[in-house]
Design a protein around this ligand. Sequence first.
Ligand code: NAP
Length: 291
Amino acid sequence: MFLVTGASGGIGRRVVRLLREKDAKVRAFVRLTARYGELESRGADIFIGDLRELHDIHKACQGVQYIISTHGSASDALALDYRANIELIDQAKALEVEHFVFISVLGSDRGYEDAPVFKAKWAVERYLEASGLNYTILRPTGLASNLVPLAERFRDTGIYLLIGDSKNRTSIISTDDLARMAVDSVDIAGARNQILPVGGPSILIREDIPKIFGRIFNKEPIVINPPLLAVDGLRGALGLFNPEAQKALGTFRTLLANEFFCKTEEIVRLEQIFQFKLETLESFLRRYVAV
Ligand SMILES: NC(=O)c1ccc[n+]([C@@H]2O[C@H](COP(=O)([O-])OP(=O)(O)OC[C@H]3O[C@@H](n4cnc5c(N)ncnc54)[C@H](OP(=O)(O)O)[C@@H]3O)[C@@H](O)[C@H]2O)c1
């Protein structure tokens, strides 16, 4: 039995799909408010709970052999990115789970002080490494599925909002490829006890993204490019009445202010380990967005 957290999310729902295609038993951890009908119809056991509740985590872990942690946190990195994963790892140890797959983030090891999600991921990685469990830590760059709503907005308006340096490099990963790696990690010896940076097959600069949209929709992009200072201004104002939201925006700012891409040798290594060719962002979007 696999336990998948974040099963209603961009990565998690794909992980569940792939596991069910292999006829594996899956327990999908979802919130009551989530859209989980598809997971249910694919034959996953639906476990309704909240990852902020330790009791729910304990119950969800009973009888599982594998855990794939894909959940995100919105604004509560301490409770969800950190505490829930530590608890999942403790349960995995106690129940002698065979393999733990953790979706981290590229750059978790860079010491970004102002980014709670990155700090939580780094701490969880260290805890998992020291746990004695079999593990695979995947550190993805940006997910292609996040760009689908932006592409749809572009299709309707021709507008692309690019905050900060348009020359920053990125290597967006196909969310389907990432889900496949998460699932295959439990079987492939080369992925065992590894920390793997995960990016798409080519290094893009951020201004390539509206160009890709333009090709897909046959439309000249109108790029609106406010400076990063605009986010800083917003954060400053937010801090006056909501300091927690101001802190959470630190992760967003870190994502905008830095480069997140994989080196060519890292991509070659990924393709060697997992034995498939990574998909480009353009190919992913052409599959998901109606032209
Ligand atoms: N998005 C990116 O570009 C990116 C890049 C690098 C790494 N990552 C990492 O990849 C992982 C997944 O990202 P994603 O984009 O697939 O996230 P997502 O689509 O936002 O999904 C997040 C999932 O976490 C669940 N969740 C949130 N709070 C929860 C709670 N209290 N209890 C139970 N479940 C809860 C959500 O459930 P609901 O459906 O109920 O909201 C959803 O299923 C995250 O760990 C993220 O840090 C993402």
